[in-house]
Design a protein. Sequence first.
Length: 483
Amino acid sequence: MERSYLSAEELATALRGGEVTSLELTEEAIARIELDDKAINAICVPDFDRARAAAQRADQARARGEDGPLLGIPVTVKESYNIAGLPTTWGMPENRDFVPAADAEQVARITAAGAVILGKTNVPYMLQDIQTFNDIYGVTNNPWDHARTSGGSSGGSAAALAAGFGALSLGSDIAGSLRTPAHFCGVYAHKPTLGLASTRGMVPPHAPALPSPHDLAVVGPMARTVRDLTLLLDIMAGPDPQTLGIAYRLALPPARHDRLADFRVLIIEDHPLIPTGSAVRTALDDVAETLTRNGARVDRHSPLLPDLTEAAILYVELLTSFAAAGFPLERYEQIRAQAAQLDPTNRGYDTAWLRGPAFTHRDWIRADNLREQHRRQWRELFTEYDIVLCPITPTPAFPHDHEHSLGERLIDIDGSPHPFHNQLAWAGVATMPGLPATAIPAGRSPEGLPVGVQLIGPMYEDRTPLRLAELLEREIGGFQPPR
């Protein structure tokens, strides 16, 4: 495999052995981006001059006998992270000229670990889509099929990894934004347990970079191997040094098991709100067969599973309440007036999209208490199982659709149209309770597109889904460059 597709772990070994310099790796990555990114458009804010300077500093540090987990490794960062001196727009034209003065906490962490940042990766407008396009930077195409989306909102990061533009990338996730692009582009991603990694500085333009937790939203690693995911998570995880980090230190428990045969896995194939397409169902079955063949316990039904419909409704209420907190007062009052017309007894999935943005604090407290009840159910389930295996979305990457709003779009599942936003229910399975979830490549569709699945683990036991992902990577294969 050519060097652009080597893992961060392999590149670090080559750097430590003197086989290559960081500057050579950086120049190779820049050359590849300049050649191939015209068609993909993953890197929306290149930072090549500073990358070269950082690579030279890394080589000088290594010559002095220094080392670091990412020393000299070329990486990319999602556009939504603040990087001093580079624009942070979140795809919003009105913020085209906003340039933050300080790095986000996670940018500071990877820089301290020695990473060479090649630039920032493209995002959808306000990060609010599972496609990646905006009026500033344009459309990011899927490296496997340029007529299809790379996913969103970390679509630029997933496309960059699939195309060989750096070994790692920083992403974020509130509605599958790490997992969906990984699934569509055939790479790996990990949505950490809520609060495990500091989100400071991964904020909208002009918003203060405060060390406050974001409800539902997390930041997390993306990579082409599971070991690289774990490497980057170990750098990202841990309390913010301005708050909890003053008193607490991270102590993630080890994975529950080290052999496939010891894992207990519950598979969820179907969701009450949306069918699972045949390509994704085949991938789930293939993973299940691999687990069974290696002696793992695999079940497809359990009375311990929380109610998926209620969970999806609660997820949408919390998600839209969080999003609406930043709306202008006039818009919020309009939403409240519309919500007041709803039947108060109709607490369904469709009405949740209207009711959630109008939440009062009293409403949110009620929803948060209900979430805690779901968390208790998940804790009980994870006494019987170690992992829940399920879809990320019902289909592989779909053709670009930039003509319709989210509420107007439809998703084609095996020839049948369904409401586009219903597929977010799969993202919410892990997001609403704050559980860790690892997205892994699990096969190809009949059209040759990547198909991924997610491994959901117990809260704060992120190493358990990561370990199972690593074991499965050895059995079913992992990332392959687009053909």
